[in-house]
Design a protein around this ligand. Structure first.
Ligand code: FES
Ligand code: FE2
Length: 350
């Protein structure tokens, strides 16, 4: 019925009913995360969820803005309000807030213009890149946004797959996206290759952003519509993982001079619910986006039920908690990096 009188609690940036360990939440709050596609944001406030925090995202005359979706006056959801000029207006008592969070008007004050400086929205750092809106919940980001070749080129047509909610940890999705050994089994019905061929040799390189590896894979289908004959295809894959949850996959089919790009960026809405954003582009001009939408949606539908049922739901960062095989090089390096580079999975520092 009543919230506790506990000043400490009110100072904590962590959301109520947080599903993350406190240590992990505080670290993850320092990264940029994708929360919504740019094309879905207008002057009509939109809702998003990041790390168990409800957000409102909107455009004003000054640009894009994001804030915690709660009015500091009486806790109303600002996403139920509206934008006027450079302000968002709370639907309950009409308080106006600028994009930097300042309260700029209290209608019930009448002509009096004394605005309490403490009456502020909890606004968030926000950036738009590659057609995505990225939010950082901390005061300063601890890691840069991904650098995605191909996606900053406005000349290349982009396909934005509808965002999809996976009931799985973002890290589980990332591991699956970067895992080659599941292709012949999970993707038997699409591009998976020979089950007994073994994983081609590849080296996982640590980069400032995350991990990188390239590998030549023999796909069991020829899904690149570039006129090259054949029912199967050798494809060079280049994977570039940016911590914590974004991966760029560059695909170079043999006998083709074109480059195909698939960017996968995951929003950890909560510890076990993730919103997956995927954007595709290619140097061929993406003549048939419907084909790629269908192809990639089919592939995702093969992966999703597997990943959603993996146990434990939390990615085990203690390497002794699961068995590893030589094909797990990327997964092992990913887990190591989350711990050694950022301190995830650690005990709460006092
Ligand atoms: S609750 Fe938002 S203005 Fe009162
Ligand atoms: Fe897959």
């Amino acid at each position: 019925m009543f919230g506790a009188i506990d000043a400490q609690k009110h100072r904590s940036p962590m959301p109520r009913n947080c599903t993350f360990a406190e240590n992990d939440w505080l670290i993850l709050a320092g990264f940029w995360h994708p929360v919504i596609y740019s094309h879905d944001v207008s002057d009509k406030p939109q809702r998003a969820r990041l790390l168990d925090v409800d957000l409102v995202v909107y455009r004003t005359g000054e640009g894009i803005a994001a804030a915690r979706d709660i009015c500091p006056h009486r806790g109303t959801r600002l996403s139920q309000g509206k934008v006027a000029g450079d302000n968002i207006i709370c639907p309950m008592h009409g308080l106006h807030f600028a994009a930097d969070g300042r309260c700029t008007r209290i209608p019930s004050l009448g002509d009096k213009k004394v605005l309490p400086p403490k009456l502020r929205l909890q606004s968030c750092l926000v950036e738009e890149r590659y057609g995505l809106v990225w939010v950082c919940l901390a005061a300063e980001p601890i890691h840069p946004l991904p650098e995605w070749e191909g996606f900053s080129d406005p000349a290349l047509k982009k396909l934005f797959l509808p965002s999809d909610v996976w009931r799985a940890a973002a890290s589980r999705h990332v591991e699956n996206f970067n895992d080659l050994a599941h292709f012949p089994f999970v993707h038997e019905g699409s591009f998976g290759g020979d089950k007994n061929a073994g994983i081609p040799k590849h080296t996982v390189e640590k980069t400032p952003a995350g991990l990188r590896f390239d590998v030549l894979y023999h796909e069991g289908a020829n899904r690149f519509q570039d006129g090259v004959e054949g029912t199967e295809r050798d494809v060079k894959y280049i994977y570039e993982l940016t911590y914590p949850f974004s991966t760029l996959l560059i695909m170079l089919p043999d006998q083709s001079s074109e480059r195909y790009y698939l960017a996968d960026a995951v929003c950890p809405e909560s510890a076990h619910v993730s919103r997956v954003f995927q954007i595709m582009t290619d140097t061929a001009g993406m003549p048939n986006p419907e084909y790629w939408l269908q192809d990639q949606s089919f592939i995702n539908a093969e992966d999703k039920p597997m990943v959603e049922e993996q146990k434990p739901e939390d990615l085990p960062l203690d390497l002794s908690a699961e068995m590893h095989i030589p094909a797990d090089k990327v997964s092992v390096e990913y887990r190591r990096g989350l711990v050694s580079r950022f301190g995830l999975g650690g005990a709460m520092a006092s």
